[in-house]
Design a protein around this ligand. Structure first.
Ligand code: 5GP
Length: 116
C-alpha cells in the first residue's frame, strides 16, 4: 500500500486548498506556489503514486484529468492562447508529491519545454 500524501487530505477537504473542481474521479485545486498566473493541479481521487503505477483500471480517472484540464483552461480564459500540461515522475522528473498530478500551467508564454 502506497503512503498517502497531503493531496489525499485536500481531496477529502481535511486540509484547506483552493479547490476549483471536484467530481467522483478527480479533484483540481490551485498550486500553493504558482509558477504562472494559472497553475492548477488535477489529481485522481484515488492514490496513484506516480505515472509508473498507472494501469488500465486507472484510465477513467487519468482520462478525466485531461478533459477537466481542458474545461478549467476555458474557464481560466487561457485555452485560446495555450498552456502546458505536465506530469512529473520520480526523481529525474522532479516529482515532489507522490500522488500523481497533472499541472495545468498558463497565463503567460512558458518558454522552452525543458530548462537546461
Ligand atoms: P511535483 O513537483 O510533485 O510535480 O509538484 C508538486 C506541486 O505541489 C508543486 O507545484 C507544489 O507547489 C504543490 N504543492 C505542494 N504542497 C502543496 C499544498 O499543500 N497545497 C497545494 N495547493 N499545493 C501544494
Amino acid at each position: 500500500m502506497a503512503e498517502e500524501t497531503l493531496f489525499s487530505k485536500i481531496i477529502r477537504r481535511e486540509i484547506p486548498a483552493d479547490i476549483v473542481y471536484q467530481d467522483e474521479l478527480v479533484t483540481a485545486f490551485r498550486d500553493i506556489a504558482p509558477k504562472a498566473p494559472t497553475h492548477i493541479l488535477i489529481v485522481p481521487n484515488i492514490l496513484i503514486p506516480t505515472a509508473n503505477d498507472a494501469v488500465a483500471g486507472h484510465e477513467a480517472a487519468l482520462g478525466r484529468m485531461i478533459t477537466v484540464a481542458a474545461k478549467i483552461a476555458k474557464e481560466e480564459g487561457i485555452a485560446e492562447d495555450g498552456y502546458r500540461l505536465i506530469i512529473n515522475c520520480n526523481q529525474h522528473g522532479g516529482q515532489e508529491v507522490y500522488h500523481i498530478h497533472l499541472h495545468l500551467v498558463g497565463g503567460r508564454p512558458l518558454g522552452p519545454m525543458i530548462a537546461h
